[in-house]
Design a protein around this ligand. Structure first.
Ligand code: NAD
Ligand code: UDP
Length: 311
């Protein structure tokens, strides 16, 4: 297949590019590097099956030749990043998504939308099933991201219903692994970076809030299973192992040998109290489930951060 990946130089996009190139697909990566890095795909640049286009998908998107799939991973993704780029985040979820849907329509290609567990907001249904409509503050401090993704999902389904575009919508739950940026502000990046530097780990709130962390290789395998299926989604791809932030801090402390302890800081507004995917659909419809538990995934991730920090 020839696959366009918008946001292909980011954390998830670069691992997806690796996996698709490895199985023999042609990848055209479009990225404006607002949060991604050229170095994430530098090792692919000398391959004939990989092409990098520097560009913003909010501008007109042109790709020559046949395209079988358009995968939209372009968006600032961490709370720190989308707070720094609120208008850009809303633009990429609306204008950018529409430009890619038009590209998919023109090329008769499948459109794959990387949505998020944030569409469930601070959820009243737990674990989250795909039929839950969510509890999102439309004007809150996370709204530029949550509502952009909800709009992207709506637009994707409108193109499917109106123009017959083949679609796949994945709802991604917190994913971690090598190539995360040490300064992206996410909890896994913060805790590992702090522990390696000998700083105390910053717990926001009382640390009782939960997240469910998926290792990047499992997540990308789920994307490809969905892309190759006939399912339109939305479908949750995430690891149902659920941890409090205190439990995560304990595990990172143990694995790094940190002795600096923890400090408590204020909880950001609208921070979801609990999050865990129900992956029944992924199991039954895609034959997918994660295989890497949090301890194993962190053991594979910590050396990446150590190298990035020069430790
Ligand atoms: P990331 O920031 O590393 O990657 C996003 C990429 O999109 C970056 O390379 C960035 O430069 C690019 N980009 C942003 N705006 C663009 C634009 N207008 N034009 C072209 N490129 C643009 O983030 P990530 O963690 O790899 O996330 C990838 C996708 O998955 C995002 O859409 C995100 O919302 C979604 N997602 C990620 C997670 C997670 O835990 N990592 C969870 C839920 C959803
Ligand atoms: N968090 C924390 N300390 C940090 C960074 C984040 O306790 O240094 C908390 C944050 O408040 C949230 C959870 O960890 O409850 C996950 O945060 P992250 O930004 O990684 O992901 P998201 O909130 O988007 O799921």
């Amino acid at each position: 297949m020839r696959i366009v990946i918008a946001g292909g130089s980011g954390f998830l996009g670069s691992h997806l590019s690796d996996a698709l190139v490895a199985r023999g697909d042609q990848v055209v990566c479009i990225d404006n590097f607002v949060t991604g890095r050229r170095s994430n795909v530098a090792h692919l640049l000398d391959q004939d099956s990989f092409e990098l286009i520097e560009g913003d998908i909010c501008d007109a998107v042109h790709v020559d030749g046949d395209v079988d799939a358009v995968m939209n991973l372009a968006s600032p993704a961490s709370p720190k990043d989308y707070s720094a780029f609120p208008i850009e985040t809303l633009d990429v979820g609306s204008i950018g998504t529409r430009n890619l849907l038009e590209l998919a329509r023109a090329k008769n290609a499948t459109f794959f939308m990387a949505s998020t567990s944030e569409v469930y907001g601070d959820p009243f249904v737990h674990p989250q099933t795909e039929d839950y409509w969510g509890n999102v503050n439309p004007i809150g401090e996370r709204s530029m991201y949550d509502e952009a993704k909800r709009f992207s999902e709506a637009l994707t389904f409108a193109y499917h219903r109106t123009h017959g575009v083949a679609i796949r919508v994945v709802r991604i739950f917190n994913t971690y692994g090598p190539r995360m940026q040490s300064d992206d502000g996410r909890v896994v990046s913060n805790f590992i970076t702090q522990a390696l530097r000998g700083d105390p780990l910053t717990i926001y709130g009382d640390g009782s809030q939960t997240r469910s962390f998926c290792f990047v290789d499992d997540e990308v395998r789920g994307f490809i299973a969905l892309l190759d299926s006939n399912e339109i989604g939305p479908i949750n791809i995430g690891n149902p192992g659920e941890f409090t932030m205190l439990e995560l801090a304990d595990l990172v402390t143990e694995l790094t040998g940190s002795t600096a302890g923890i400090v408590f800081e204020p909880l950001p507004s609208d921070d979801p109290k609990q999050r865990c995917p129900d992956i029944t659909q992924a199991r039954e419809k895609l034959g997918w489930e994660p295989g890497i538990d949090l301890r194993t995934g962190l053991e594979r991730t910590i050396p990446h951060f150590a190298a990035e920090l020069g430790l």
